[in-house]
Design a protein around this ligand. Structure first.
Ligand code: TPP
Ligand code: MG
Length: 761
């Protein structure tokens, strides 16, 4: 009827979900996909009314607790934190991670949810965190469609779960299709359980327990899920349940009919073997109920669903109708005072006639009216304008709030404590500054653990964790397989369960493997649940500048565009990095910190108050005061710009150098703008491609710091070449901005402003 835009449903997959709900226990977690409505309802975590509220995009958290209308229907979630940002008692709740649409993307986080149980059981320091776990007894239950098992991240997650031996039960809902494409296009030998058989554990080898069961066979389903739950919970062995012979009676979604791609025989088979039909036969043949009783239950159920559907619609549309009425009244009352009376009354009448109005109808009309009234006095339009402004605030809250933490756990609210450095502070390698910080944190926060490729035994490839595994144990400082996507998922899942993981991506250039999880899942988590869940994961990586195409990248534009919802920290040295980590560990916003790959062996002074000092996010630091030109930069470029500034000073040009420190948030203190007011000239410099983060920095300062009227020269950017950096020192020199480039760029700017004093080079 046009009331909802899109629908996707769980028909044909109900029975297995009831069996899964029976095996699910309080404290457990689900990470699944859009077919799981029956499971959520069976647990009591979703009402029919809430289901429809999401379908209509009701923006109230009470109406749609999973997403407050921000996600399409079929995206399930429970709320794991209170409004003030504190954790709920997760062990006494049924928990569901917040779903996302990309197929198989529930898998990496599922691994992390299960891995947390492993840690809670094995890491004795976590025993008192009973709010999150009772001795690691919690199972992470995953669901995935048969076709989605073709995704790489499915296989990566399965392998990692087998290696880690985590309590994860992954169920494949197999209906033989992925939208229109049949099984033979997806899966070798047409059967996911068959091809995964090599993962089956044996008496002598660890691995998976693999089960296969038919989606309409109720007793077998009950048995399979109960067995799977016990094995996972008690033994911490992962289980795969391949549930086949499922159906999809309504086609994939409301967007198309399955008659287009299923044969008549298949359609008939789906009718005959649908799990509800078979369940009915089972109930009758076992004398549990007769056909009349079942008919009655079905008819009552239909009535009840219709009632809840209507309640959801009324609740959803009531609010909008009220707004519509207010707008109409205000337009009419403005009309009475306006010289456009006839037009305005007509607009109000048209708005009144809108069938199933949405907010856009109301707000768009009001904006058009305000445009019509542009020349009329406040006495005519003031009230309407005020109403529009207050609605804009409401709508921001409805559609755009909670991108970042809004509670007292916001990283922006962490108290700034300066590093204590004096001439007595020992000069050490940069990596030793980090090492001291990590050692302190491992001592002081039992929830903190770090993991990644080569992080454990050797203490990461640059040795910031050197010796710390030996000191703090394998559950705190941990090696992983080479699998960036699931390293990120492992971190997200563990962070969702109250831990403080630091997931390491060995080199920034390999972030791409994990970027999808960061972008689709982590960065959107707080926003898409409207503050219902948090996963304060810190991603640690290193980049910007060393050698060659895959060890010197600085794709900050890519990160900035894909990771809104995360903090993006770009410390210039390890002292700043440690301070940023400390800020992040004292708060809840997820973050990526990019250390300077060429900075680990450079000498820095070790602060006296290691583990106590913090770095304020969004607060640039002026590295050198100057009068002529402001250069805004970050990361490894700070040293290069400082070198150039020294050269420029010798030829009479005074440069103010600013390190932004974090790209997200970006200079919330207005420090760059103030500098430009003084110098009237600015260059944004970095090692990203042209139009990358330099363009971002320029846009931020132009849009938010009102600098245009202070500029005496065109604002400039200085970036690397558009290609990836070539190998060797010459490759670096000709690919990335050098001190010479900075000097020339600044000089050129000065030449343009005063060619006499600064003749062309
Ligand atoms: C990464 C990605 N690619 C494509 C899609 C579009 N898409 C949504 S569902 C789907 C088919 C999934 O089939 P299956 O896993 O068998 O689940 P089913 O719907 O059959 O239960 C596709 C291709 C998507 N959501 N994500
Ligand atoms: Mg399918």
């Amino acid at each position: 009827m046009g009331k909802a835009k899109f629908g996707i449903f769980g028909d044909g997959k109900e029975l297995a979900q009831i069996a899964m709900a029976k095996a699910f226990k309080k404290g457990d977690f689900r990470a699944g996909y859009y077919r799981d409505q029956t499971f959520m309802m069976a647990l009591g975590e979703l009402t029919v009314q809430q289901y429809f509220a999401q379908l209509y995009a009701h923006t109230n958290v009470e109406a749609d607790p999973a997403s407050a209308g921000r996600l399409m229907n079929g995206h399930f979630a429970t709320r794991t934190i209170h409004e003030d940002g504190t954790w709920k008692e997760l062990t006494s709740l049924n928990n569901s991670a917040a779903d996302i649409s990309p197929t198989a993307a529930q898998m990496p986080k599922l691994l992390g949810l299960a891995y947390a149980s492993k840690l809670f059981r094995e890491n004795k320091g976590l025993k008192n965190l009973t709010q999150f776990s009772v001795n690691g007894n919690e199972v992470a239950w995953g669901t995935i469609g048969n076709a989605s098992t073709s995704e790489g991240m499915f296989f990566e997650s399965i392998n990692a779960a087998g290696v880690l031996q985590v309590p994860m039960v992954i169920s494949v809902w197999d209906d033989g299709y992925g939208i229109s494409v049949p099984q033979e296009y997806h899966t070798t030998k047409g059967s996911i359980s068959e091809i995964l058989m090599g993962f089956q554990r044996t008496e002598s080898e660890k691995g998976f327990e693999i089960l296969r069961v038919k989606g309409w066979d109720y007793e077998a389903l009950l048995q399979a899920f109960a067995y799977a739950g016990n094995v996972a919970r008690n033994e911490h062995v992962p289980v795969l349940i391949h549930v086949d012979e499922m159906t999809q009676p309504q086609g994939h979604s409301t967007s198309g009919s399955h008659e287009r791609y299923k044969s008549a025989e298949r359609l008939q088979w789906e009718k005959d073997w649908d799990c509800i039909a078979k369940f009915r036969e089972y109930i009758i043949s076992n004398g549990i109920a007769n056909a009349d009783q079942l008919d009655e239950i079905e008819s009552e159920a239909k009535t009840e669903v219709k009632r809840q559907k209507e309640a959801a619609w009324n609740d959803f549309s009531k609010e909008i109708k009220e707004e519509l009425e207010q707008a109409i009244q205000l337009i009419r009352s403005a009309a009475e005072k306006s010289n456009r009376k006839v037009v305005l009354l007509q607009i109000a009448d048209d708005l009144k006639k809108t069938i199933n109005p949405i907010r856009k109808d109301v707000i768009s009309t009001v904006r058009k009216v305000l445009l019509l009234l542009r020349a009329e006095p406040e006495s005519v339009k003031g009230e309407l304008k005020a109403w529009y402004e207050s609605q804009s605030k409401n709508n921001f809250e409805r559609y755009s709030s909670h991108l970042y933490t809004e509670t007292g756990f916001s990283s922006l609210k962490v108290k700034e404590v300066p590093a204590q450095i004096d001439e007595k502070s020992p000069m050490v390698d940069g990596r030793e500054v980090l090492q001291a910080f990590f050692d302190y944190t491992l001592d002081h926060d039992s929830r903190f653990f770090a993991f990644g490729e080569d992080v454990g035994k050797i203490g990461d490839v640059n040795q910031a964790f050197a010796g710390l595994q030996a000191k703090h144990g394998e559950w705190r400082v941990t090696d992983t397989g080479i699998r960036e996507c699931t390293i990120i998922g492992q971190g997200i899942g563990a962070a969702l369960r109250g831990l403080r993981p630091m997931a390491e991506i060995q080199y920034l250039d390999y972030l791409l493997y994990g970027l999808q999880m960061l972008s689709d899942d982590l960065a959107s988590l707080h926003y898409r649940t409207k503050g219902g869940q948090k996963a304060p994961l810190i991603v640690r990586t290193r980049g910007h500048r060393l050698e060659g195409v895959w060890h010197a990248g600085s794709p900050m534009g890519m990160i900035l565009s894909s990771l809104r919802g995360m903090m993006v920290c770009v410390p210039r040295d390890m002292t700043q990095a440690a301070g940023m980590y400390n800020t992040l560990l004292k708060s809840d916003d997820p973050a990526i910190v990019i250390e300077c790959l060429n900075g680990y062996r450079l000498k820095e002074r070790l602060p006296h108050n290691m583990g106590e000092y913090t770095v304020a996010l969004g607060k640039p630091e002026i590295l050198q005061q100057g009068q002529d030109v402001t250069i805004v930069t970050y990361g490894s470029m700070c040293r290069i710009v400082m070198e150039a500034a020294a050269e420029l000073a010798e030829i009479g040009i005074s440069v103010e150098v600013i390190d932004v420190q974090t790209l997200l948030p970006f200079d919330t203190f207005g420090i760059i703008g103030k500098s430009i007011q003084k110098t009237n000239r600015v260059i944004f410099a970095d090692e990203d491609v042209p139009g990358g983060a330099t363009a971002f920095m320029l846009q931020q300062v132009m849009d938010h710091q009102n600098i245009f009227r202070h500029l005496d020269s065109e604002p400039q950017t200085l970036a690397a070449k558009a290609h990836r950096p070539a190998y060797s020192s010459d490759g670096d020199y000709f690919s990335k901005p050098s001190a010479d480039d900075v000097v020339e760029k600044v000089y050129q700017m000065m030449h343009e402003s005063n060619p006499k004093k600064f003749p062309s080079l």
